[in-house]
Design a protein around this ligand. Structure first.
Ligand SMILES: [Zn+2]
Length: 478
């Protein structure tokens, strides 16, 4: 798809087909729509190629109900009372938004082999959901183009394109609204999904444009109306707290605001921005001063904490002063336990500490601790899961290559979650050295204590003492 096609507003763009599909859906829905009379909500569907036995329905992060698939892979929810608004349903590992209101009777069918593309809703209340789904699919394609081409453009041109796209989507929503008369709530969700997606691109623009220009133009001059929407921003709309485009926007927005305010107010010719402890504390304080709505605030705080603790690789002392600020600013944050565990985990994985004494299984009869395995030698622990076959092949190929290049290290593979028989088959058929392969016994505990946050993560250990617990199998030091 050509770039011009995508943003031309005169209707000649090449995904006209989608447009036609819309019209078709509208007409179809127009004929069958029945006035919402019932107060109950019925939501049912069929899952082709199911990946688990359940479908779980959530409102925000709270489980509303769960349904077991029947012999024909069908599920049904019948809810007497529903808190209206945005929900999501989870068929592990996939999840999908659904907007529910009293009187809705929605059917869906989806194929897990092609989750988003195969999804379709029908019945009373389906129009807004099909609209949101189409919007998501179109915007997903647009996002690729942003990175490929659009962020490169100069500010005025970028601004014009983003605003045209936003208005185009709003016009499409208007067509639906005229056909269906959407409820105020569902219209708000659809409008926010449109607006915040395009506002997010604007918040990201200085950083992404800067990358293309060798990092220089992050301080680029922007047209005076570039961030005009900020005048009417609502940081405290609880209907939107769990809407992905709104939340993504907020993350970028606070990154941008903190960056600018830090450069202008914190001295050191922009050095304050480079100081990760300072910058992330600055961001916490800014969020604290602007966001009052507790769900959004908790989630944004969590995001800053995870970002800092996992990505900054800062000193123990700095980590501690960050976590003190975090606790001071967020009294009842519902993620506090998670953040505390992460912080404790990071403290335990600092260089010169012994590797946590986690027990793993050797495939025969023995359960053995990581400290025992790493005794008296240089060891690299790496991790894989049977679910992702391509990762399994790549990471073990890499381990083989590295063990030839660095014979002084022993590379130990730890399987996280494969069934024992399958695990052994995989190890054998890939020709791996069985002496160097182990399996987690308590996978969750292992992931949490060793902070397995990336599939290529590895832990470098010498005589059971940590050298680097946050390395990767592609790190130059290996
Ligand atoms: Zn600052």
């Amino acid at each position: 798809m050509g770039f011009i096609d995508l943003y031309t507003i005169n209707g000649s763009y090449s995904y006209m087909n989608k447009h036609l599909l819309y019209l078709y859906l509208f007409v179809f829905a127009g004929c069958t729509t029945v006035k919402k009379e019932s107060l109950n909500v019925f939501f049912a569907g069929e899952i082709v190629n199911p990946t688990s036995n359940y479908v779980v329905l959530f409102k925000n992060n709270v489980v509303v109900d769960s349904a077991k698939l029947d012999a024909k892979n069908r599920f049904a929810f019948e809810l007497n009372s529903v808190s209206e608004g945005l929900h999501h349903f989870d068929h592990s590992p996939e999840l999908q938004y659904i907007f529910l209101e009293k009187g809705d009777s929605i059917m869906t069918r989806l194929n897990t082999m092609d989750f988003d593309e195969s999804l379709v809703f029908s019945g009373i209340g389906s129009e807004i959901n099909n609209f949101l789904l189409e919007l998501f699919l179109v915007q997903e394609k647009e996002e690729e183009l942003m990175y490929k081409e659009v962020y490169r453009l100069e500010p005025q041109e970028f601004h014009t394109i983003i605003d045209s796209l936003r208005l185009l989507r709003l016009a499409e929503l208007d067509v639906l609204d005229k056909e269906e008369i959407l409820s105020a709530n569902s219209k708000e969700i659809a409008e926010a999904s449109i607006n915040y997606t395009y506002y997010n691109y604007k918040e990201l623009y200085p950083f992404e444009h800067g990358k293309h220009a060798g990092g220089k133009s992050i301080h680029i001059n922007l047209p005076s109306n570039f961030y005009k929407y900020r005048q009417n921003l609502n940081y405290n709309n609880s209907n939107l707290s769990y809407l992905r485009p709104y939340y993504d926007f907020m993350k970028s927005h606070f990154k941008n605001l903190s960056y600018r305010s830090c450069v202008h107010n914190c001295g050191g010719k922009g050095n304050a921005v480079m100081n990760k402890l300072h910058f992330n504390r600055h961001k916490l304080h800014l969020i604290d001063s602007l966001v009052k709505e507790s769900e959004l605030k908790d989630n944004l705080f969590r995001n800053v904490a995870i970002d800092y603790l996992l990505m900054a690789y800062d000193t123990e002392l700095n980590n501690r002063s960050f976590i003190e600020d975090f606790h001071e600013l967020s009294h009842n944050n519902k993620h506090t336990k998670e953040i505390n565990n992460l912080y404790a985990g990071i403290q335990n994985l600092q260089p010169n500490k012994k590797i946590p004494n986690i027990i793993v299984y050797d495939g025969n009869t023995d359960e053995i601790s990581l400290q025992e395995i790493a005794k008296d030698k240089k060891t690299v622990f790496y991790f894989w899961s049977g679910v992702n076959k391509s990762h399994f092949r790549k990471i073990n190929k890499r381990a083989k290559y590295l063990s030839l290049k660095k014979p002084e290290y022993t590379f130990i593979g730890i399987n996280l979650d494969t069934d024992e028989t399958l695990w052994k088959e995989m190890v054998q058929s890939a020709g791996l050295d069985q002496e160097k392969q182990y399996k987690a016994i308590d996978s969750d505990k292992l992931r949490q204590e060793l902070i397995i946050n990336a599939p290529i993560k590895c832990i470098i250990v010498e005589d059971a003492v940590i050298v680097d617990a946050f390395s990767t199998m592609y790190n130059a030091s290996l």
